[in-house]
Design a protein around this ligand. Structure first.
Ligand code: SF4
Length: 340
């Protein structure tokens, strides 16, 4: 376990929602671990709801079957892009139905684009024909909507170069920040346009400005891109389902808020991380969720429950816990078990 903390907006949200979920998904989860708890945490982390799945299919469809045509300055064959994305959905569904993600030796690299693990296939619930039909229809609706956004498509096609699914890694304080841009191009020197494909509802909530601003902040921090001012970045939220294009700008004040948020988040996470080497006993330092709704949609729920039970029965190692923390934990532990 490195001293550097991997930080992203989603890992920060996870930590705020439930520290145990953060421990399982961000620290314990490890694909090649011999330790069955770490392997299970990794598998549970891959599980997607139908909503997340359709979003990831559409992102992959745009990346694989639309962006290459833009990059080669060719006309996009939208019918073919829709068909190929729907075929990919079929392949992923078959992979998940057969629970191939649980096969011994199966990795995301080995499975490639077919890799898929759906929440429904971890129980009897499955995915109904009707639900799968809705996924196929959503793919078609989103890609057809995109094909009709002529102003946006004109801007993309005029760009000299287009970057798709661009990862930016930035060292900041004790964190290694990861930001992924769905699509990025420069309008002119030092002036990027950053596109965020959205399949669900519009970004709302108190931190929506920070989340969009983070993309611009990351561009300004990264030495490769030579972007100097917050105001040079244009952030475009493309609502593929509702057919809306929402343009955002950011400013220095938002950048200050972003840095403050990252700094405070890293500080809170750092205060719980005890040692370099992974130990399941450390999970005791991490609080259970206090909101039942968080547990109801948590893909780590079964594992979380098993660990809590095994620790109570002395089947897993436990760590000495400071008295002050213990009191807090006992309180939240009870509320979590009630949820189970
Ligand atoms: S089941 Fe609840 S307490 Fe356990 S990890 Fe998930 S959200 Fe946290």
């Amino acid at each position: 376990m490195s001293d550097t903390i991997k930080w992203s907006f989603s890992s920060d949200r996870c930590f705020r929602r439930c520290q145990r979920q953060y421990f399982l998904t961000q620290i314990a989860a490890y694909h090649s671990a011999k330790d069955p708890v770490r392997r299970e945490a990794f598998l549970c982390k891959q599980l997607k709801t139908l909503e997340l799945w359709r979003g990831s299919l559409i992102h992959t469809g745009i990346e694989k079957y639309v962006v290459p045509a833009w990059q080669q300055r060719c006309t996009v064959n939208w019918d073919s892009a829709i068909k190929q994305t729907q075929e990919l959905a079929q392949q992923q569904l078959a992979f998940s139905v057969a629970r191939r993600y649980r096969e011994e030796g199966m990795t995301k690299t080995k499975a490639g684009d077919r890799y898929c693990a759906l929440v429904g296939h971890e129980s009897e619930v499955g995915v109904s024909d009707e639900e799968f039909g809705t996924v196929l229809t959503t793919i078609e609706t989103c890609l057809r909507n995109l094909s009709a956004m002529s102003e946006l498509l004109g801007e993309i096609q005029r760009a000299e170069q287009i970057w798709c699914e661009l990862p930016l890694y930035i060292q900041y304080d004790t964190g290694r920040l990861e930001v992924h841009l769905d699509l990025m191009f420069f309008r002119s020197f030092g002036q990027p346009t950053i596109i965020d494909w959205k399949v669900s509802e519009s970004m709302g909530g108190s931190d929506a400005d920070l989340q969009t601003g983070l993309y611009a902040w990351a561009m300004c921090q990264h030495p490769k891109w030579r972007v100097k001012e917050a105001s040079d970045c244009e952030l475009v939220e493309v609502q593929l389902l509702s057919n809306d294009v929402i343009r955002h700008r950011t400013d220095d004040k938002t950048f200050d808020c972003i840095e403050n948020r990252i700094y405070r988040s890293l500080d809170s996470i750092q205060s719980l991380r005890q040692r370099r080497k992974f130990s399941i006993a450390d999970i005791e330092e991490y609080e259970f969720a206090t909101n039942a709704n968080s547990c109801a949609i948590c893909s780590q729920q079964m594992l979380c429950r098993q660990i809590a039970q095994q620790q109570r029965e002395g089947e897993l190692p436990t760590a000495p816990v400071k008295e002050r923390k213990k009191k807090t934990k006992e309180k939240s532990h009870v509320s979590c078990l009630e949820l189970f």
